[in-house]
Design a protein around this ligand. Sequence first.
Ligand code: SPD
Length: 428
Amino acid sequence: MSALGTHILVEFLGCKPEILNDVSVTETGMVDAACRAGATLINSTFHHFSPYGVSGVVVIQESHLAIHTWPEYQYAAVDLFTCGDTVDPWKSFDHLKEVFEAQNYSAIETKRGPINLLTRVEFDLKGMRAEAQKNFEVDEIKYKRNVWFTDKDENQALSLRYTGDVLYDKSSKYQRTRVIDTYAYGKTLTIDNMVMTTEKDEYHYHEMICHPVMLAHNEIKNVLVIGGGDGGTVREVLKHKTVDKVVMVEIDKNVVEASQKFLPTLSQSLDHPKLDLKIRDGIQFVEETQPGTFDLIIVDGSDPVGPAEGLFSETFYENCRRALSDHGVLVTQAESPLFNRPAFVQLNKSLKSLFGQNKVFTLLVHIPTYPSGTWSFQIASKNEFDPTRVNTEIVDQFEQNNVLRYYNQEIHTAAFALPNYIKKMLHE
Ligand code: SPD
C-alpha cells in the first residue's frame, strides 16, 4: 500500500438535466455507486436547492462519495474518495456515468495520504476529546455538532440529536449499552441502537407500566420485574404502600451500572430495602419460580431482538402464568402497533390463548422517543380482574401524594380506549 486512500475527481458533462435535478434519483445513484464499489454504507444526506441543483454526501466506512449538480449546465462535480484495498472507486465512476447519462467526462485520480510521508503514532484519545470539548464550550452558541442517534427499522426511524459524546459504552455478551446526551430529551439510554429511555419522557412509560394495574387491583404485595435495569419501573412500583417485596431480574449488569452512573433520577430506588435485585436471565428465573409466588409480574424488556426475543414467546408467558398467585396479574411492554405490528398482534394472541379471551387488555401510551410515538402494554390476569375499572378516590389520592406527571384518573380511562384500526388488528 503506497497511500491511505484514492481520490477521483470527476467532471460529468452533458448529463440529463432532469436526472441531475432529481434529489431522489441522484441519491439512489450515489448510494448504489458506493455499494457497487464494495463499500460499507454508513449514511447519506442529500438536499435539493430551488430551483436547480442537488448536493449530497454518502458516508462510507472507507471515506465518502460527494456530489454537487448544476442541472442548468448539465454538469455534475463528483468526488469519489475511498481508502483501503477492498473498495474500487472506479466501479462507482462507471455506474454514475450511466445513471447521469453523461455524454462527456473527465476523471483525475490522485493518491491521498502517501505512506512514505506519514508516521504512525499512538495518542491519548480521551485527552484529545476533553481538549476539543473546551472549544465547543467557548463556542457553544455558534456551533452544535450535528450528530444524530437513530432508532430505526428498514422503513421508519426516530432520530435524536446529541452532543456527539458517548457517556457510557459497554458491550456484554448480550448487547451494547450506551448513554448519550441528547439536546431535546436529556441523557438517553440505548441498547443495540434502540432508545430504551430518556430523562425527559421516561415517566410516560414507567408510570403507565405500573399504576393503572396496581391501582385497579390495589392488593399487590409481591412483585416481579423482568428487565427494567434502568430502575424506572421499580421506582414507580415502590410508591405503592401495599407492596412488601419486589424482585427485579435484569440480564445485563451494564444496564444497571449505566443507569446508576448517569441516570440517577431513574435508578434512585435500586438500593431500596424492599428490592431484591438479581443479575440473571429472567426467562430462566420464571421457569424456576415456585407456582403462585407473585401477585404482579411486570415485563419491562427491550424489543424482541437479541436477549429480549424470548420475552415474546408463549413458553415464557406460560411460565409467568404459573408463577402468578390466584389473583395475580401480568403487565408487559407490547411494542408499537404502528412500528412493530407483528410483535404487538402476536403477543396479544399468545396471551389470550394462555389466559383466556376476556382476560387480556391493551393499554396505549404516548412515548415521544420511541419510533411512531404510539406504544402499548398488555395486561393479562389469572382470575376475573377488570383493569379498566378503578376507584377514582384512590387514584386522586395516589396521584397527589406522589406528584405524578403522566397518570391520572382520566388517563386511566382513556388509555384503554383503542382506535378502530388497532381493534381491527387485534380481531383479524
Ligand atoms: N423500543 C423500546 C422498547 C423498550 C421497552 N423497555 C424500556 C425500558 C425502560 N425501563
